[in-house]
Unconditional design. Structure first.
Length: 536
């Protein structure tokens, strides 16, 4: 497969691996939950690359749907490249606003997107889907990067949306009033194995299905037995003697065998000019393949997003060109999962959270959202919008929004990186819970569940082969005296399973480790070694 080459690529291809894990610090007063939790709806304020890495221990392989609306790189958005990549070239880019005259703006954009897309892929479920909004400025580069990161075999479609309802003032040749949504699967083959998994646009067709025989099969409508092009021409005689053939210029819609079966099931209606077939509503409720050209009535214009914000905040100009909730509602409806976790790492005005809450109220779903916003308006606009739609917007025209959509969310700030040198010199020691999550995920590649931990025994999680323990205290003086000793080994839970134990040091020889079935890993150096050990 051809690769997209851009300046700085060699430095960012694996940069997501070098990004350190950061602490996620709860700010209870900015959320709406009584107790902040990473299992709640989330709004995270901080650099989205570091925040995505910080979410891996909890959400690796758990996200069903990702929607992101990254900078379109028009040259007028005021974004700057700020990833601290270890390269003189990249260091020279830091903090410089990318404008239209920047000859490296496309290179910077590609360098910004590649590591983020790689982390987003790690967060997706096997049956997950990612949607990315973009326009003409970077759609060609984005397609090439996503083909590489997600695999071109996992490409679904490029959806086209009419974003503007008027002629742009900047239009000189064509009126560029469209943008696009690239859709990829984590593993497209998963969707192709079962009809119930197909991507589908659910359309309410109940108004067309008004007939009912009160036989338990539900409502139906009558369809002709012919179509424009289906089966080869034939003449069929029904059991009641009626002879039927497709009218000139058309073909049978069903095979002979199907017609015979439908007649036996009382699904053929006689009495009119031609027999007709009963098509039941229950048979078409799985929806239809969505068009790649999105209909405005389904996804709205950008002005609709502006109007929604004005209704919530009582004034215009709060946020430039926000996406309408109709667009995101349409996209998340395609995955047909009422329990989905939906992530937006370019959260902006918070449209994704608003959409998830509204959809849950409408259909009784329990979807959860994760928003990440790096700008300083994360609390003032992003979270404030979510607080208002949860509690109610008094002047809203929509009655549901007026009363409040309900729900909760927890607000987190991105904290300090958990670096090895910090553990060594005691300068920034993470809490036991933070380090436990970091160690468990890094060592095993599995989701960390804080509810399963036991601080007294040091238990932090279980793999198919090991119980994992952490001997640690966020106190320099206590750390100096913490070690795997014989009393500690004897106090560990007994059983046949092996134990993987992390501690600053040990005072047991190999024979004792073998006797107590302990694999020892020294903090902080050998966390990564455990991956190879557990995979053997």
């Amino acid at each position: 497969m051809p690769r997209l080459n851009f300046k700085g690529r060699v430095f960012v291809e694996n940069h997501h691996l070098a990004v350190p894990f950061h602490e996620l610090l709860p700010v209870c007063e900015k959320g709406t939950s009584e107790k902040a939790s990473l299992r709640d709806n989330l709004i995270v304020h901080g650099d989205n690359l570091a925040a995505l890495k910080a979410l891996l221990p909890t959400y690796h392989g758990k996200v069903k749907c990702i929607y992101i609306d990254p900078p379109y790189n028009t040259g007028n958005e005021g974004w700057a490249y700020n990833d601290n990549v270890n390269s003189p070239l990249m260091q020279d880019w830091l903090g410089r606003v990318v404008d239209r005259d920047d000859l490296t703006r496309h290179d910077k954009w590609c360098c910004m997107m590649m590591p983020r897309l790689k982390l987003l892929r790690e967060l997706l479920r096997e049956d997950g889907v990612i949607f990315v909004s973009i326009d003409d400025n970077e759609v060609h580069h984005l397609r090439a990067i996503m083909d590489e990161v997600f695999g071109e075999e996992n490409f679904f479609a490029m959806l086209t949306r009419r974003a503007m309802h008027t002629v742009r003032n900047s239009s000189k040749d064509f009126n560029k009033n469209a943008d696009y949504v690239l859709a990829y699967a984590r593993r497209k083959a998963w969707f192709e194995t079962d009809k119930s998994r197909y991507i589908r646009h659910m359309v309410d067709k109940s108004k067309s299905y008004r007939l009912n025989d009160d036989d338990g099969r539900g409502n139906y409508k009558l369809d002709p037995l012919h179509a424009r092009n289906e089966y080869d021409l034939y003449t069929h005689t029904f059991e009641n003697g009626v002879v039927w053939s497709a009218p000139e210029g058309s073909y049978p819609r069903y095979s002979r065998e199907t017609l015979q079966r439908m007649e036996q099931e009382n699904r053929i209606v006689f009495g009119g000019k031609d027999p007709q077939a009963k098509r039941y509503l229950a048979e078409v409720q799985e929806g239809q393949p969505p068009d790649t050209f999105l209909r405005t009535e389904d996804v709205g214009f950008n002005k609709d997003g502006t109007g929604e914000l004005s209704e919530i905040f009582g004034r215009g100009g709060v946020f430039s060109q926000p996406k309408p909730t109709k667009l995101i509602r349409f996209l998340i409806s395609l995955v047909r999962d009422r329990d989905a976790i939906i992530l937006d790492s370019f959260a902006g005005s918070g449209t994704t959270a608003h959409t998830v809450l509204a959809q849950n109220q409408e259909d009784g779903g329990s979807r959860r959202f994760i928003l990440i916003e790096c700008e300083d308006y994360a609390d003032r606009i992003t979270a404030e919008r979510v607080r208002r739609v949860i509690n109610g917007v008094p002047d809203a025209k929509d009655e549901a929004l007026k009363a409040g959509l309900g729900g909760t969310f927890s607000y987190f700030e991105l904290g300090r990186p958990m670096r090895q040198e910090s553990l060594l010199d005691g300068s920034h020691l993470p809490s036991w819970e933070k380090l436990a999550g970091y160690i468990f995920f890094t060592a095993t590649g599995q989701e960390f569940n804080p509810d399963e931990t036991d601080r007294k025994t040091g238990f932090i999680g279980r793999t198919p082969s090991h119980d994992v323990f952490l001997l640690y205290e966020p106190d320099v003086e206590k750390l100096k005296n913490l070690a795997l000793t014989l009393p500690v080994a004897r106090a560990l839970p007994t059983g046949s399973r092996k134990k993987l134990l992390f501690a600053p040091t040990k005072y047991l020889d190999r024979d004792y480790l073998h006797r107590y079935r302990i694999d020892f890993q020294q903090l902080p150096f050998q966390i990564y070694e455990a991956i190879e050990r557990l995979d053997q």
